[in-house]
Design a protein around this ligand. Structure first.
Ligand SMILES: Cc1cc2nc3c(=O)[nH]c(=O)nc-3n(C[C@H](O)[C@H](O)[C@H](O)COP(=O)(O)OP(=O)(O)OC[C@H]3O[C@@H](n4cnc5c(N)ncnc54)[C@H](O)[C@@H]3O)c2cc1C
Length: 324
């Protein structure tokens, strides 16, 4: 273990982590950067995002988060700030502790140990996936092509003119259906419970009736389409048979990657998102959260960037004040 205490460590290399390290390094604060192991990356949202339509300048990228992030990180690694940018490629953090002198002790997935004064946690979330006949494999070709999708604000516009279904069973799923119907007047709209019994509030039920949104309390047995192109035409449902549908959103909840925060006893809300002050600091002093993992913000690239900048700048403010 090196005894050197680095000013900042950024954990996570998606939208928030990349913006966080860009900001801390450009603020001239020496930074350890752990973008995650290949396993961490594969279970991140950044990895699964293909075309990004709702961010200016992003349409040229096939992978709208990973490609521009890599461009910026490669540039930073060659810039005049390279000596203070410690990019630990393919490394994730598996353990974090806080010493009595307030220094964080981080252990990576290769058991290397590092010390840092401030930490920005950007480990993100993952959408709960539907299992079709016990496996997620049938979903992947369509999730890759984003004809089965997870983010209404990012990809809702793709449903224009398409028979659409939402896989989910609560008010959240029903609201996705209602909003899509109100925005794009889809030819048909359904909420499919996929075998988890539905429960909707009265207001939501009334809107579902108004917009002719079907509720199908049923299990998806098959997705009928072209796995190569990722286009599909129907679901085979256990009780209702073939259900015509060309686009689906999954709205089954989120897994929040908050284990490191919980191990420090950081406060989280009832869904597991980390609660913070306006600058992004959690209930644990000098431990910040940015991106999807932080409570109370839109789950988007541009919000992740803004949160990351707020945290990096607050840390820089404290570091500057400490040196005065
Ligand atoms: C299908 C889909 C499409 C989307 N499309 C859009 C869009 O068009 N526009 C838009 O604005 N938003 C879009 N989003 C939302 C966007 O992906 C997220 O808001 C954004 O990725 C959040 O960034 P993040 O950094 O918080 O998390 P992620 O981007 O999920 O990054 C998490 C990072 O943490 C790392 N990590 C995890 N555990 C560890 C660990 N223990 N140690 C170190 N690193 C770790 C991972 O490797 C990864 O680098 C979409 C989401 C999905 C699912």
């Amino acid at each position: 273990m090196s005894e050197k205490i680095y000013p900042v460590a950024v954990i996570g290399g998606g939208s928030a982590g990349t913006m966080a390290v860009l900001r801390t390094v450009l603020n001239n604060d020496e930074t350890l950067f752990f973008p995650g192991s290949p396993k961490d990356k594969k279970k991140s949202r950044a990895f699964w995002v293909a075309k990004v339509d709702n961010m200016p300048g992003h349409q040229k990228y096939r992978k709208g988060i990973e490609e521009p992030n890599k461009e910026s990180l490669d540039w930073l690694a060659k810039s005049e700030f390279s000596s203070i940018f410690h990019w630990h490629k393919n490394r994730g953090i598996k353990k974090i502790e806080k010493r009595i002198d307030n220094i964080f002790v981080l252990t990576d997935n290769q058991d290397f140990v590092y010390l840092a004064q401030y930490v920005i946690l950007c480990t993100g979330v993952m959408d709960v996936q539907p299992h079709i006949q016990g496996s997620m494999d049938p979903v992947f070709p369509y999730a890759n092509a984003q004809s089965i999708d997870y983010c209404l604000r990012c990809d809702g516009h793709h449903t224009l003119g398409k028979n659409t279904a939402i896989i989910g069973n609560g008010d959240g799923a029903a609201w996705v259906a209602i909003m899509l119907k109100e925005r794009y007047n889809n030819p048909s709209m359904a909420v499919i419970s996929h075998n988890n019994e539905g429960s909707f509030s009265d207001d939501v039920k009334a809107l579902m009736t108004k917009y002719d949104i079907k509720y199908l309390d049923d299990e998806i047995l098959e997705i009928n389409g072209d796995r190569k192109s990722g286009t599909f035409s129907s679901f085979t449902l256990k009780n209702h048979g073939d259900y015509k549908c060309e686009f689906a959103f999954v709205s089954m909840g989120m897994i929040v990657y908050n284990e490191l925060a919980l191990s420090l006893n950081a406060e989280v809300d009832k869904r597991g998102f980390i609660t913070t002050n306006p600058q992004g600091m959690s209930s644990v002093e000098n431990f910040y959260a940015a991106g999807d993992i932080r409570a109370g913000f839109k789950k988007q690239i541009y919000t992740a960037w803004d949160m990351a900048v707020d945290s990096a700048d607050d840390i820089n403010r404290k570091l500057r004040a400490g040196r005065r």
